[in-house]
Ligand binder design. Structure first.
Ligand code: GUN
Length: 292
């Protein structure tokens, strides 16, 4: 019988811990502040940005949402980044991606003060993470690692197969789990769209982490009996039987894969809730660091 790894439950217990740290900061006159910059009107980004602001308010954090028009120039956005870098009420901020085509994302990320880069996307933070001396870990990979640790999955010495090689999920989770130390020490294989015999490699995984953005790509024949499966995918598919006409599914064919696993994350309610939670944790940490 498989076990469900519940992202709502795990994130709730992390939020309880954060509330104590926020209360302690507030007693010292510091309210952790997060700013989110949204350029344009991408509907998915609007939803994420709203969720981040709402969570800040629930936690008693200071929250600023800056919405800039779709025709914002790169230099206007860089000016906003500079303002946030020197705003003492803002301990962490992020610029929601993707950005409009006329703006160079790398240039914008490079302009963020690494000490306020709560997304962990600045090359300085990526490098620190890679050499095992992290400041801010990127939120989704950090969420995946916390789910494994807090659901009692032993990672040390296990074969982790990561499906997908994005800068936001695949590459950083592989780098984090191969580190020395608690919650890591894994043997890691990364497979991707150009991998030959991908299904033979995923079948070797003790822990399979899937982040490639293809609905129900991982089928039961690609998974070893007793594996732990973490599904980072969120894909909207047509579903005429549902009220909305569509529903969310992961990158794993959950209904057919679940019975083979020791434990698996659902979609929704798995990795999803962990991402904003880890962003909030990074922001609280940024505020704590500002006291040092
Ligand atoms: N777009 C999708 N996910 C993310 C994220 O984690 N951070 C930012 N800045 N943009 C995103």
């Amino acid at each position: 019988m498989f076990r469900l790894i519940n992202g709502n439950e795990i994130s709730s217990s992390i939020y309880e811990e954060l509330k104590g740290r926020i209360a302690s900061l507030r007693s010292k006159g510091i309210t952790p502040g997060l700013a989110v910059v949204l350029v344009g009107e991408d509907p998915a980004s609007q939803v994420y940005v709203r969720m981040k602001g709402k969570k800040c308010e629930e936690l008693g954090m200071h929250s600023v949402t800056i919405v800039l028009p779709a025709d914002t120039t790169e230099s206007e956005l860089l000016k906003k980044v500079d303002e946030l870098n020197s705003d003492s009420k803002i301990h962490g901020f992020l610029v929601q991606l993707p950005l409009p085509k006329n703006i160079d994302e790398d240039k914008v990320i490079n302009a963020i003060d690494p000490r306020k880069d709560v997304d962990g996307f600045h090359p300085s933070n990526v490098g620190s993470m890679l050499i095992g001396k992290p400041l801010f870990l990127p939120a989704t990979p950090a969420g995946v690692q916390q789910m494994l640790i807090r659901s009692g999955v032993d990672i040390s010495g296990k074969h982790v197969v990561v499906v997908g090689r994005s800068n936001i999920v695949g590459k950083p989770i592989a780098a984090m789990l191969v580190q020395k130390g608690a919650g890591a020490d894994a043997t890691v294989t990364v497979v991707h769209s150009r991998t030959k015999n991908l299904g033979e490699l995923t079948k070797l995984a003790d822990i399979l982490i899937v982040a490639m953005g293809k609905a129900r790509f991982i089928t039961a024949d690609m998974v070893k009996d007793g594996a732990v499966v973490i599904d980072v995918g969120t894909n909207r598919i047509d579903d005429p039987s549902s009220e909305k006409g569509s529903r969310l599914v992961g990158d794993v064919d959950f209904d057919n894969v679940k019975e083979k696993t020791a434990a698996i994350t659902p979609v929704p309610g798995g990795v999803g809730p962990m991402t904003i939670c880890m962003l909030m944790a990074n922001t609280v940490m940024a505020a704590e660091l500002s006291l040092l």
